[in-house]
Write a new protein. Structure first.
Lengths: 263, 276
């Protein structure tokens, strides 16, 4: 077997990965009758507020995931090996449960006439606020943040801790000067794995946004449903470019080491 | 400190599991409310099992997951071997970059691009009804987003194994084919299998890409769940979700038990065989 074994894959990738992306580009630059035009691209400025809102909510959700997830990953990595396995499993079960199911059950709990309000006999209005959407993103994607960071921290040589303490670090400085820099690649892959799905989600905002506001994923989905494919393609194109740029920038930050695990 | 971290763990895991537990609880509710528990009943499960739609969706999901994961594993394993053998560095990194596109791109963009691609195919071959190419389109889409994960799990194994073993096989008279299938493949099998399992679960779980590519005559479980959640009150969806969650839970436990058993036997082997 030599490099020719890659031929089917190369063929497949060109036909089903590269070509479809070129078709997206093509659709973005033609009007509905197939003539070359910039009208889809210029129409994008109407969607600038939606882009802004999507970026805002997903960046907040990613930051919250990092703030909550890092300590969790740290605690998990320092637990007994037997417990570590249990924790990883507990984290993976929600991750393997379909996103639709998880999101829907949060909605059923937080809804105006939902479980929480019935249980407490209150009338909190949660679904339909930005907070609910952010909560949904954090809840749905937290495991994607914790697992890569956990893998990264648990790979750090145990002697590093001792060496740091011997050289005069206290717990806090060990964490900030030794552990945090060494787990950077885990943080980067965690951030990517949370940011990309939350910026492009449409189900979470549909259910937890209560139909009151629209994110960029909803816009694409709506164009798809209504058949306005050209504008949908233009928005997809912009989103793809934005994400590829931010991924490249983030990878420059990291040391290129593969810190994450993907399940 | 110890207590603080324990409380923190309980808090986070508690929040993570509350929605799942409530969902399971309300799947046994006697009325169709998802807010108030009025009594235990199995009616939603009975209704679910009676519905033909569920069984069709289950069959479709499994069929699609089995076929696409097998296809992705065969193409992906061959690709990993080919990429490993490739001398041209530029070509190699170009292939790797293209392979990673579906993994880095948001699902919605992949779904959109696939849908436009199949629309173009329909235009070129003058196919009027999307349902006629619906299943092949789904199979292609699922195989495509599974491929990078297979390659990602096989390639490190091949790199780790190196070339000497298959060279030895060639020296001892194997044909290149035999060297691959009899010597190399068994050695990289764990990577191939984990790629297969990953591809299978990704295909089972996929909603977004199926939503864009899926034809009306081929519904999968996630698509069924989506259409169920469009209704206002949905304890039948809760019942279905509970079954899925319990299945996933059992599979996780089994795979965990198996891997810990393997680990133990390996440790024993290492002890018996002296220091490594």
């Amino acid at each position: 077997m030599n490099s020719i074994a890659a031929a089917p894959h190369v063929f497949w990738a060109i036909l089903f990965i590269v070509l479809p992306l070129f078709i997206v580009v093509y659709y973005a630059f033609v009007d509905s009758s197939g003539n070359f035009s910039f009208e889809n691209i210029t129409a994008l400025k109407d969607y600038a507020p939606i882009f802004g809102l999507s970026v805002e909510l997903s960046v907040i959700a990613t930051a919250v995931c990092l703030i909550i997830g890092y300590p969790l990953a740290y605690i998990m990595a320092r637990a007994k090996p037997k417990n570590q396995k249990l924790f990883v499993m507990l984290l993976m079960l929600p991750m393997w449960t379909n996103l639709l199911i998880r999101t829907y059950s949060i909605m059923a709990i937080l809804d105006d006439g939902g479980f929480l309000n019935t249980l407490l006999n209150t009338s909190f209005h949660i679904v339909g606020t930005k907070g609910a959407v952010i909560f949904g993103m954090v809840y749905d994607f937290l495991p994607y943040m914790v697992l890569p960071i956990y893998t990264c921290i648990s790979k750090i040589d145990k002697h590093m801790w001792e060496a740091a303490q011997d050289l005069g670090c206290n717990t806090v400085t060990t964490l900030t000067k030794v552990i945090l820099p060494l787990s950077m690649s885990g943080i980067i892959s965690g951030v990517t794995m949370v940011l990309v799905p939350s910026i492009s989600t449409f189900y979470i905002s549909q259910k937890l946004g209560g139909g009151t506001f629209e994110l960029i994923g909803d816009t694409i989905e709506r164009q798809f449903v209504t058949g306005a494919l050209n504008v949908g393609a233009a928005i997809s194109l912009v989103m793809m470019i934005l994400i590829l740029i931010s991924l490249t920038v983030m990878n420059r930050f990291g040391n290129g080491d593969e810190g994450g695990i993907i399940v | 400190m110890k207590y603080a971290s324990r409380i923190y763990l309980c808090l986070i895991f508690g929040i993570l599991y509350i929605p799942i537990v409530t969902l399971i609880l309300f799947s046994f509710n006697a009325t169709n409310s998802t807010a108030e528990f009025t009594g235990f009943s199995l009616q939603w499960y009975i209704e679910l099992f009676r519905s033909e739609e569920t069984w069709h969706a289950l069959r479709n999901t499994l069929l699609l997951a089995v076929l696409s994961s097998l296809l992705a594993t065969v193409i992906g394993t061959a690709a990993a071997e080919g990429i490993y053998k490739m001398k041209n560095k530029l070509l190699k990194s170009a292939i790797n970059a293209v392979t990673n596109i579906p993994m880095m791109n948001p699902d919605i963009v992949t779904g959109m691009s696939m849908m436009l691609f199949f629309a173009a195919v329909m235009g070129i071959f003058k196919i009027a009804d999307y349902n006629t190419i619906g299943f092949p389109a789904m199979l292609i889409a699922h195989t495509t987003f599974c491929l990078p994960y297979v390659i990602l799990s096989v390639l490190p194994r091949i790199n780790e194994l190196g070339n000497s073993l298959s060279e030895a096989a060639l020296d001892l008279g194997c044909t290149p084919f035999q060297a691959f299938f009899k010597v190399k493949l068994p050695n990289i099998m764990p990577g191939v299998l984990s790629g297969l399992v990953m591809a299978f679960t990704l295909s089972l779980d996929d909603f977004v890409i199926s939503y864009f590519v899926g034809p009306t005559n081929f519904q999968t479980l996630p698509l069924l769940i989506y259409s169920m959640t469009k209704k206002k009150v949905t304890p039948d969806m809760y019942a279905l979700s509970t079954i899925i969650i319990v299945t996933v839970f059992l599979l996780l436990i089994i795979s965990n038990l198996r891997s810990s058993k393997e680990e133990r036997s390996q440790r024993r082997k290492r002890k018996g065989g002296g220091a490594k």
